[in-house]
Design a protein around this ligand. Structure first.
Ligand SMILES: *Cc1c(COP(=O)(O)O)cnc(C)c1O
Length: 484
């Protein structure tokens, strides 16, 4: 035996063992982290939702060192340089973009998933974890009435979920170099930009992209779509994919899914629905009607980190004919021999680009288990009604409003005859961001600037809407003083 070698291993073992903190150390750290998080939550309504960033060189100048620092130092850095600048997406005052909030139980699930580090990529390695994720996917597939045989994947978010769906559509419709320039994709100017991105990443930029005109409520004009399909077909083109949305990001519009389902069937076109934002509103009886025909789609994206309030990091893609999803994403490698021989249940790794992945099912499952569905349904209907409340409240205060909210997003702008509407509303948004009590964002539609109200954070309640209305009215006064 080489004594020198053994003594070296011994010494290294002692040094490396620091990576396994003892119970005392774990307790001490947990308590400090818990105290930090409690303070964050307890002060969430006192603190601003948006604080404009200032130049900060901290992370540029602080290096990772050989020696450890204590947790207190790290938490101070977080507090000073990360958690209280920019937008606070966990706040009930977050009503910009598409919020979600991040319910507490997500963190508990993540904590356990990280400690146990279950392998959720392949059934052979983590049968329980994969069964749990498959159950959640099946549960969601049942909500939208997909038949048996549908498969899906828990992704990191809606963008990757859309990419998986677009890739599957490409292969299912056999889009290859010989027909790509004759193949047509139909979407609108309000389709989420991640679909454009997915089209490019999936190698489909040489297809013809038709922007379907919108109707007065910013939905797909289905007559126009029918005409486009008809014209393209008779011109010898290959209409291959239609993308509809349940809850557009811009204005919250829900497309006429039933009608589009019929058209895509008649023209043998892949029908994809992006319900990343709006999907789980299907849980609300009062809003189910808006989902009529959803099962006629071939694929669908739905984000638990939006309309199920989970913290960032969980989306879902569903494909009605699960075989198609598998055909586009399975793989075989020599070193995976054992796993393939034992495959009796679909594995996430065969249905997505990922292999090793976070066990993101646990945060999702634990949240539904600990709360039951009732508070989710109540919360979603509450957000819808809050949006209606805001829509009429703001209209009565001199704002022009867009269509009545279908789910929980609406648009509005201040009506002014004194100066250019865009100049006024642009300045209004700047003033509101400088105020920061709550956060709202804006969008441009046909060259017109509109403010958006997006109510989906689980912490947003009537109190925040009233605070928002106060802030808007103060903003209007300030803007008038500045511009009139
Ligand atoms: C948020 C959103 C996306 C993108 O999803 P991420 O989870 O942010 O990647 C796609 N489509 C719609 C309609 C969305 O609202």
């Amino acid at each position: 035996m080489n004594a020198e070698l053994l003594s070296k291993i011994n010494k290294l073992e002692k040094e490396a063992m620091v990576l396994e903190p003892n119970k005392n150390q774990r307790d001490e750290w947990l308590l400090q982290v818990q105290t930090y998080c409690d303070k964050f939550i307890d002060n969430i309504d006192i603190n601003k939702t948006f604080i404009k960033d200032l130049p900060d060189n901290f992370f540029k100048t602080s290096n990772i060192k050989d020696d450890p620092e204590n947790l207190k130092t790290c938490l101070d850095i977080l507090e000073k340089h990360v958690d209280y600048i920019g937008l606070n997406p966990a706040s009930g005052g977050h009503m910009g973009y598409i919020p979600g909030g991040g319910i507490y139980t997500t963190a508990l699930g993540d904590f356990m998933a990280d400690i146990t580090n279950r392998y959720a990529g392949i059934f052979f390695g983590g049968p329980g974890a994969v069964r749990m994720e498959n159950m959640l996917i099946d549960w969601t597939a049942k909500l939208i009435n997909y038949p048996k045989g549908a498969l899906g994947n828990l992704t990191s978010g809606g963008s990757i979920a859309n990419l998986i769906a677009i890739t599957t559509a490409r292969d299912a419709k056999n889009i290859k170099s010989h027909n790509i320039t004759k193949s047509v994709i139909y979407m609108t100017s309000h389709t989420h930009h991640c679909v454009d991105k997915a089209i490019r990443i999936a190698g489909l930029s040489e297809t013809i992209i038709r922007r379907i005109p919108l109707d007065k409520s910013f939905r797909i004009d289905t007559d126009a779509l029918e005409q486009l399909l008809k014209d393209d077909k008779s011109a010898g083109l290959n209409p291959f994919l239609v993308v509809a949305t349940i809850g557009t990001t811009d204005v919250g519009a829900v497309d006429n899914i039933e009608k589009i389902g019929k058209l895509t069937k008649a023209y043998d076109t892949w029908f994809h629905i992006d319900a990343a934002y709006g999907g789980y509103f299907i849980l609300v009886d009062e809003l189910k009607e808006r989902f009529k025909g959803v099962e006629s789609s071939d694929s669908l994206v739905i984000d638990p980190h939006k309309s199920l309030f989970l913290s960032y990091g969980t989306g879902i893609v569903l494909v009605k004919d699960g075989k198609k999803l598998h055909e586009s994403h399975y793989y075989k490698a020599n070193y995976m021999k054992d796993a393939i021989a034992n495959a009796t249940v679909p594995s996430p790794a065969d249905l997505s680009p990922e292999l090793t992945k976070h066990f993101r099912g646990l945060r999702f499952w634990l949240s539904l288990k600990l709360f039951g569905l009732k508070p989710f349904k109540a919360g979603l209907l509450e957000k819808h009604l809050l949006c209606k409340y805001f829509h009429s409240a703001i209209e009565s205060r001199g704002f022009i409003v867009g269509p009545k909210p279908e789910l929980s997003v609406c648009i509005y702008k201040y009506k002014t005859s004194q100066i250019d509407s865009n100049a006024f509303n642009e300045r209004l948004v700047e003033n509101i961001h400088a105020d920061g009590r709550v956060f709202v964002s804006s969008t441009t539609i046909d060259g017109e600037i509109w403010l958006r109200m997006a109510i989906l954070a689980f912490r947003t309640h009537k109190y925040h809407i009233d605070k928002c209305i106060d802030m808007l009215m103060d903003g209007v006064e300030k803007t008038k003083l500045e511009l009139y």
